[in-house]
Design a protein. Sequence first.
Length: 508
Amino acid sequence: MATTTPSPTRSATTRTTRTTRTTTRTYNDAIDALNSLQTPYAAIEARRRAGIRPDATSVREMRAYLARIGYTPRDLDRLNIVHVAGTKGKGSTCAFVDSVLSRYQRRGGSPRRVGLFTSPHLIAVRERIRINSAPISEELFAKYFFDVWDRLEANADVAADDAAPGSKPIYARYLTLMSFHVFLSEGVDAAVYETGIGGEYDATNVVEHPVASGISTLGIDHVFVLGDTVDKIAWHKAGIMKPGSPAFTVEQVPRAAEVLKARAAEKGVGLRVLDIDPRLAAVKIRPDATFQKKNATLAVALAETALRRLDPSFSPDPDALPREFVDGLEQVVWRGRCEVKVEDHVIWHVDGAHTVDSLKMAARWFVGECAGRAGGGPRVLIFNQQGRAEAVDFLDGLCNTVKDTGRGFEHVIFCTNVTYAATGYKRDFVNHQHNPADIEKMTQQRVFADRWKKLDPSANVMLIPTIEEAINAARGLASGEHKVQALITGSLHLVGGALGILESADAL
Ligand SMILES: Nc1ncnc2c1ncn2[C@@H]1O[C@H](COP(=O)(O)OP(=O)(O)OP(=O)(O)O)[C@@H](O)[C@H]1O
Ligand SMILES: [Mg+2]
Ligand SMILES: [Mg+2]
């Protein structure tokens, strides 16, 4: 083991170096070094102002980094990758596929080991890289993190035309690169990959021969990077379809469907558009909602395709899903999505939705849960979405979906993503991409509050600095026999911080 923590070298994509020098290489050292690879707020703003959008250089750069750590894209074929893009439902679809494959894995035979790569993380960075459904340990994370670090430095000049010599990939790309090293080193033979942003130019798109590609529900998100219309967004997502690999999607809005079809034809890919799988009628999908059945439908097709590749004797039954599929779908664990946690005085509804459409979905789910209960104490919303000005427009659908039931939120709390009142952020949540002054002054939360007061003048709107204090404020609203019915939503950072507090521990 080396005795010094490396400090990040200067690079085209890394602008500030914040790594603290220590003499060990622990998980915390790895997270500090990783955090130093975040593009700082000022640089993001400069790019935005200059209108710089991602292009093919990002995938070329990933190939260069892959070479520096000792792999070729061909090596990735050993991972038998299922690749998923989409605006919403990527993570859920990937979790379903992983859960099904893990059931086959546990039975023995094929696959021998299942990898899952998802983003963002909810509670700890290491949950983005899982083996047999479990986040890799802190020790393993630190080991592979610094392996990659050292290899990048030792081969700093390899493929110098495609990635600046001595540079390191930015945060999400580093984790993508590291996941390949983890999975290849640990003998994973089936891996499920969620794209980060988009598809065509996403770091995961260095994969050339996926076993199957899946495109989940498309809608509007990340407009600065991907474009402001659903057809532009669909173009990016369609970039994960590869000649020679089957591709699947679900019913989409017409403009998105057209683009997917056209790009599939261009690439010579047979794209199948799936209706909700009738075999799911016998499966308890949670939540019992159309969007989740679409995710499950896509997952079934992807898992069947992967299993057929891994085990030539596997043949899907058109009439019923095998036990492993049913168990995998029913018992999947995908935290922070449609979770209910019951305390003495509060029923918490926790969902990481953070787009216009998914927030409406989350609101409908909340209303449905509340409707199932007699009486019901005050309705409380805890909301945040940091650093995205357009997030104020997320509020209309959320407010109206609940209000349309005849009863809106009586109390609405806007807080920042700062976890704790006393100690600030957990290391895994440090985010240099936000303007610290905005968090300090609660600039964004004030805009949210003003909008909500217009949407629902009868609501009691509060601004509270941290997640911890927001949770305590909601608890303080309980009175009498009826429990507070609280919805926490708007951001996975918020939801991850909240789960950590509600479970008074690392909820992983
Ligand atoms: N198919 C869908 N259509 C609309 N909303 C969805 C769909 N699937 C999930 N959601 C909503 O979006 C939230 C996030 O789901 P999930 O983590 O699967 O999405 P994702 O595509 O991975 O999102 P992210 O952009 O955070 O990576 C869920 O909690 C749910 O409210
Ligand atoms: Mg997203
Ligand atoms: Mg996700």
